[in-house]
Write a protein that binds this ligand. Structure first.
Ligand code: NAP
Length: 244
């Protein structure tokens, strides 16, 4: 862990992929990290690996009750969140033409990626506003800039992340709360496996089609970069793609 005490960060979707990498990278720079997701066993393992600088908390961003009780469930001494990384998200049932997919899958994707992000932000913003400082980093996607077929729900959710990030930045301009959106290209994580309901072979085949894909750590570096700017600097947006 670094020598500096940077503050307290909460990372949603920290049980895997980009979220786990962000939690580890922030902890490595001296942040205290609250690792949040539904799979608490994975969070506990991550928090143990990080050590004293991390705690795990169960959070379903699509569940109003889970998000509503978040602040009171945070351990003593961990309630003042300085940095929120809204990362939880999925593309369950995705890569299908809209009419051929399940409306329940589409709705869940938007509920998680867009409404979940808004719920968690709404729960943690009052503390930031009261303290006059805070930073919200939303993990969007290149899907909001480069629309591909078969992505109706996912693209909708990431357009929402894009719009929400811009609108929130406008709301809090000059008020001490910074808002950043990170828009990654293709990252090798559990994302494709979750999209295809645990079909690892299909996920492997999918990633194998690309000459190069990003690692979760590549995105984590972008989050750390945005988080560590001096207070008068806001990294509004960062698009992270492969060089090939
Ligand atoms: N992989 C890519 O190519 C890529 C590219 C651009 C953007 N992104 C974005 O990056 C973010 C992270 O994805 P990833 O690639 O790291 O995928 P991942 O490895 O599948 O991780 C997704 C994370 O989201 C969490 N999550 C899903 N639903 C949740 C819910 N209802 N409540 C709380 N946590 C939830 C999962 O945890 P639990 O299942 O334990 O709850 C998991 O930790 C997503 O927003 C995704 O859209 C990914």
């Amino acid at each position: 862990m670094g020598d500096l005490q940077r503050g307290t960060a909460l990372v949603t979707g920290a049980s895997s992929g980009i979220g786990a990498a962000v939690a580890a990278a922030l902890a490595g720079q001296g942040w205290r990290v609250i690792c949040a997701a539904r799979r608490v066993d994975k969070l506990a393992t991550l928090a143990r690996t990080i050590g004293q600088g991390a705690v795990a908390i169960a959070l379903d961003v699509s569940d109003a009750g889970s998000v509503g009780s978040l602040a009171e469930r945070l351990p003593d001494g961990w309630r003042e969140v300085d940095l929120l990384v809204n990362n939880a998200g999925h593309d369950v049932g995705g890569r299908r033409r809209f009419d051929r997919g399940s409306i329940e899958d589409w709705a869940t994707t938007v509920q998680t990626n867009a409404i979940g992000m808004m719920r968690v932000t709404h729960a943690l913003l009052p503390g930031m506003v009261e303290r006059g400082r805070g930073h919200i980093v939303n993990i969007g996607s290149i899907a909001a800039l480069d629309v591909q077929p078969g992505g109706a729900a996912y693209v909708t959710s990431k357009f929402a992340v894009n719009g929400f990030s811009q609108a929130l930045r406008a709301d809090f301009k000059g008020k001490g709360v910074r808002v950043t959106q990170i828009l990654p290209g293709l990252v090798r994580t559990e994302f494709a496996e979750t999209r295809w309901a645990g079909d690892t072979a299909r996920a492997e085949e999918f990633y194998g089609k690309f000459p190069v894909v990003l690692d979760a750590a590549d995105v984590a570096r972008a989050v750390v970069y945005a988080a560590e700017q001096p207070p008068h600097v806001t990294i509004a947006e960062l698009v992270v793609v492969t060089s090939a």
